[in-house]
Design a protein around this ligand. Structure first.
Ligand code: GTP
Ligand code: MG
Length: 270
């Protein structure tokens, strides 16, 4: 009897789209990777740009169809039909433009709406690019904030510059190899890439601490609270965020802020 011959692995075809506000650098990131160059002049994408590239992931050759979307709201009608049958999304914001970071949620919402009630966002690989890190002076969204947003959703996160090329190759390599893992896993996100090393409570608490307006607010006690109340609130947060226990991005800074808030409050309470 002849031994069953091992099937050669079929070559893969995948579809990838880019998303994010106008002018954040989507087209430049793709151009940097595919053509190894950077164009400083802004040429807005009109509707959609389409390209095909071949990439090597481990021993496989992958054919990638890239749909580079226009970020401007004006092109919504053109974009909306390109969301379906996508295996990977490159989600980009400009680290010097808070608005483009805040808009990430609405980009996910637009995609979800276009995919409809039967669409499944769980089995798509998302990579978040915090772009234009070369312009460090203009930066207003720091790494831990971006990373927290991405990783709490099970998305990949990379700091990139289309101008210098920093982070671009690593980002695409990791992104494509995650998509290949997904395809090999029958189109489901492999379990390993879904496991998040921190809880939603930890992520939400760090976000709340970042946006708190004063020390009372940070500890979640009313102004005029007693020493006991302050200490109790402090202990609860310290247990949740202690750097030995909490792997969430930004937990160390949040922990320090909580320690300082408690010290400041206790100084003024008899
Ligand atoms: P739309 O197609 O309108 O949605 O914009 P886009 O997201 O494709 O932006 P595009 O790639 O065209 O880049 C917008 C502007 O930002 C251009 O002037 C680029 O030269 C500039 N740019 C893109 N990436 C970087 C970067 O990493 N660093 C700096 N300093 N500028 C960048
Ligand atoms: Mg573009």
């Amino acid at each position: 009897m002849e031994a069953k011959r091992k099937e050669p692995r079929k070559s893969l075809r995948i579809k990838v789209i880019s998303m994010g506000n106008a002018e954040v650098g989507k087209s430049c990131i793709i151009k940097r990777y595919c053509e190894k160059r950077f164009v400083p002049k802004y040429l807005a994408t009109i509707g959609i740009d389409y390209g095909v590239t071949k990439v090597q992931v481990r021993d496989r050759e992958i054919k990638v169809n890239i749909f580079d979307m226009a970020g401007h709201p004006f092109f919504y009608e053109v974009r909306n039909e390109f969301y379906k049958d996508t295996q990977g999304v490159i989600l980009v914001y400009d680290t010097g433009q808070k608005e483009s970071f805040d808009a990430l949620d609405s980009w996910l919402a637009e995609m979800k709406q276009e995919l409809g009630p039967h669409g499944n966002m769980e089995n798509i690989v998302f990579v978040v690019c915090a772009n234009k890190i070369d312009a460090a002076k203009l930066r207003c969204v720091d790494e831990s904030e971006g990373r927290l947003w991405a990783e709490s959703r099970g998305f990949l996160y990379f700091e990139t510059s289309a101008q210098t090329g920093e982070g671009i190759n690593e980002m695409f390599q990791t992104f494509y190899s995650a998509i290949v893992d997904l395809c090999d896993n029958g189109g489901k996100r492999p379990v390993a890439s879904m496991s998040i090393s921190f809880t939603k409570e930890q992520a939400d608490t760090i976000r709340r601490i970042r946006s708190s307006k004063d020390s009372w607010d940070m500890l979640g006690v009313k102004p005029g609270a007693t020493r006991d109340e302050v200490n109790k609130a402090y202990r609860k947060l310290a247990v949740l965020l202690h750097p030995d226990k909490c792997m969430a991005p930004g937990s160390e800074d949040a922990f320090k802020a909580v320690v300082n808030a408690r010290t400041a409050l206790l100084k003024n309470i008899k």
